[in-house]
Design a protein around this ligand. Structure first.
Ligand SMILES: NC(=O)C1=CN([C@@H]2O[C@H](COP(=O)(O)OP(=O)(O)OC[C@H]3O[C@@H](n4cnc5c(N)ncnc54)[C@H](OP(=O)(O)O)[C@@H]3O)[C@@H](O)[C@H]2O)[C@@H](O)CC1
Ligand SMILES: [K+]
Length: 557
């Protein structure tokens, strides 16, 4: 697992390194800028070649695109970059990028949003260094209003554009910038060729992955209009939370993390992690153990015609390695269930008393309630299940059943529980937290899905897994992780009916095997995405458990 940092955590790490005398801020800025150029050349090796000239033209430096015949006979022209710098250290990184490219023979135009006199010290030094190279730094605003430097024309004819306007210091809404830049230019930044964001696309809050100010959800307007839509984002030391949650991934394009020589991130409970590949030995079964050594899961089903969801969970629990899985079925559904199942077992669970009797078997060490269960049955059975103090997953109807009185549910939960709400269920259980999360943010750092999940876990007193392509998992002590299904792990086919039931089954199966709740939730979430990737397009929920053998084989389990 790697850390996903907030802006404040990154600043602490950077400051500690500077205070220790190991490195100066200026050196870090130099490494950051050079790291950006390195990442660009790795992404587009053709830009790193000595003989430039993607489209030769007759202009000495920066001019109109020539007629085809003239172009054919012409000498190659230098490659062109536009570097947009902001008023802070993100802008400072931009000046370094400009200088490094210029030294390699590029034609570079730099635009500054802000006042050069007020740049922070390291950015100011790099501004001077850039100016010393003979570069003109166009003042951004006068360029726009006087139509002097023709930023728009340059942006659309550049081979590369660097967005170094705002990074981790985005502190407020983009109102003025939006008015000045996006509106004035009517600019769709997605149309700009090779737009590379330094650290984070400007307009995206690096802690929350939200764009500030503009209410995209209410207006239905594409978020990309209010933050730069990058093709490549180059960040430093570790990825930031905003690269993986909310709309951040959609705006970052691809994220590359460059080492700038900072020390390892110290272990601290406040630091969130990206869930990575689980270790094979965790998932391996002992060659000497019998089936009860891997636990016995009980999955409660709904009534007649409503048993499919629980069967999906059962299949997931079995495939992930639970020794035995029993479906707890009401009398009305016994025949239906009997005609469907093979490996899972079935037992009759009529009501609260029925469940109490079944739970006298202490070998039933993991319970799952919710999938297809029906809210009435959930209201009756959840209290009995929770009173038994076994590892318990509450999903779907087991969560919605308590919309009117979430506090009553929280009073019964214990630390062996895992709640797995999707967005709608989260709103029902934690309406005030969801309201904060859904408020349109105007100030950075904005309240994030990580903040919301942490707060929910603390209130519930157990692990909360808040689903989505950016699944966030937190425990009551503040431990938190993100299972990102973005970038090379994008799994859009996972948004299909029954997929959540399988996830609940994976968690239940791992709990039955003795995994701790947080570890079970994290491992299950990771496997769930991996199964979707293994199957690919056309996936339906039934396919998910069937991919586990191949996924396990690849992990070396
Ligand atoms: N930390 C590290 O280890 C390293 C960090 N590095 C780099 O530094 C970057 C962080 O630098 P940073 O802290 O100076 O913040 P940055 O994003 O440049 O902006 C701050 C300026 O913007 C202004 N401003 C904000 N929002 C605004 C708005 N909406 N509209 C208008 N103005 C707005 C804000 O004004 P203020 O809030 O102070 O009034 C302030 O003037 C980081 O992303 C990385 O690229 C690397 O060099 C090396 C290692
Ligand atoms: K940026």
């Amino acid at each position: 697992m790697t850390e996903l940092l907030t802006a404040a955590q990154m600043r602490v790490i950077e400051q500690a390194a500077i205070d220790s005398g190991e490195v100066t801020g200026l050196e870090l800025m130099e490494r950051a800028g050079r790291g950006v150029v390195e990442a660009i050349f790795e992404e587009w090796p053709e830009l790193a070649e000595e003989h430039h000239g993607l489209t030769p033209d007759l202009a000495t430096d920066w001019g109109p695109t020539p007629e085809p015949l003239e172009a054919f006979n012409a000498e190659p022209r230098p490659l062109r970059a536009v570097v947009l710098c902001g008023p802070g250290n993100n802008g400072g990184d931009g000046f370094v990028v400009a200088r490094v490219l210029k030294e390699r023979g590029w034609a570079v135009e730099v635009f500054l949003y802000g006042n050069a006199e007020k740049l922070p010290p390291d950015a100011r030094v790099n501004y001077e260094r850039w100016s010393g190279l003979g570069g003109i730094c166009h003042p951004w605003l006068s360029t726009i209003y006087d139509n002097d430097g023709d930023l728009r024309g340059k942006l659309f004819s550049a081979d590369l554009t660097i967005d170094a306007v705002f990074g981790t210091g985005l502190s407020r809404d983009l109102g003025s910038v939006h008015a000045d830049v996006w509106s004035a230019f009517d600019l769709d930044t997605g149309a700009i060729c090779r737009l590379v964001a330094v650290d984070v696309p400007s307009g995206v809050c690096s802690d929350s992955g939200e764009t500030l100010d503009i209410d995209c959800r209410a207006t239905g307007v594409d978020e990309g209009l209010f933050a730069f839509q990058a093709e490549l984002t180059v960040t430093f030391h570790r990825a930031k939370l905003g690269h993986h949650i909310a709309v951040g991934p959609a705006l970052c394009g691809k994220v590359v993390v460059k080492d700038i020589g900072l020390p390892r991130v110290p272990a601290a409970p406040g630091i969130c992690r990206a869930i990575g590949e689980p270790l094979a030995p965790w998932l391996r079964k002992s060659s000497t153990g019998h089936k009860f050594a891997n636990g016995h899961a009980l999955i409660l089903t709904g009534g007649f015609g409503k048993t499919g969801a629980a069967r999906l969970s059962a299949r997931g629990a079995l495939r992930v390695g639970a020794g035995l899985v029993t479906l707890g079925v009401p009398p009305s559904a016994q025949m239906e269930m009997a005609s469907h199942i093979t490996a899972p077992m079935m037992t009759r669970v009529e009501g609260a008393e029925g469940l109490k009797a079944v739970l006298e078997d202490v070998r039933l060490n993991a319970l799952c309630l919710g999938p297809g269960m029906g809210q009435e049955r959930a209201r009756e059975l959840v209290p009995v299940a929770l009173a038994a103090k076994r590892a318990t997953v509450l999903d779907a109807d087991a969560l919605s059943a308590f919309s009117d009185e979430p506090e009553a549910l929280f009073a019964q939960l214990h630390e062996q529980c895992v709640l797995t709400p999707h967005g709608g269920e989260f709103v029902r259980l934690f309406p005030d937290i969801a309201a904060k999360l859904n408020e349109v943010p105007t100030k950075g750092p904005a309240y994030s899905k990580v903040d919301a999940t942490r707060e929910a876990a603390k209130r519930a007193g157990c692990v909360v897994l808040f689903k989505g392509p950016d699944t966030v998992i937190a425990d009551p002590k503040g431990r938190c992780s993100v299972n990102s299904a973005h970038y090379d792990r994008a799994a859009p086919w996972l948004a299909t009916a029954g997929s959540g039931d399988v996830l609940a089954g994976f968690i239940t199966g791992l709990l039955a095997r003795g995994f701790a709740p947080m570890q079970a939730a994290e491992t299950a979430a990771w496997l769930h995405v991996e199964c979707a990737l293994e199957f690919g397009p056309g996936l339906i929920a039934e396919d998910l458990p069937e991919q586990l053998p191949a996924v396990f084989r690849k992990l070396g389990v």
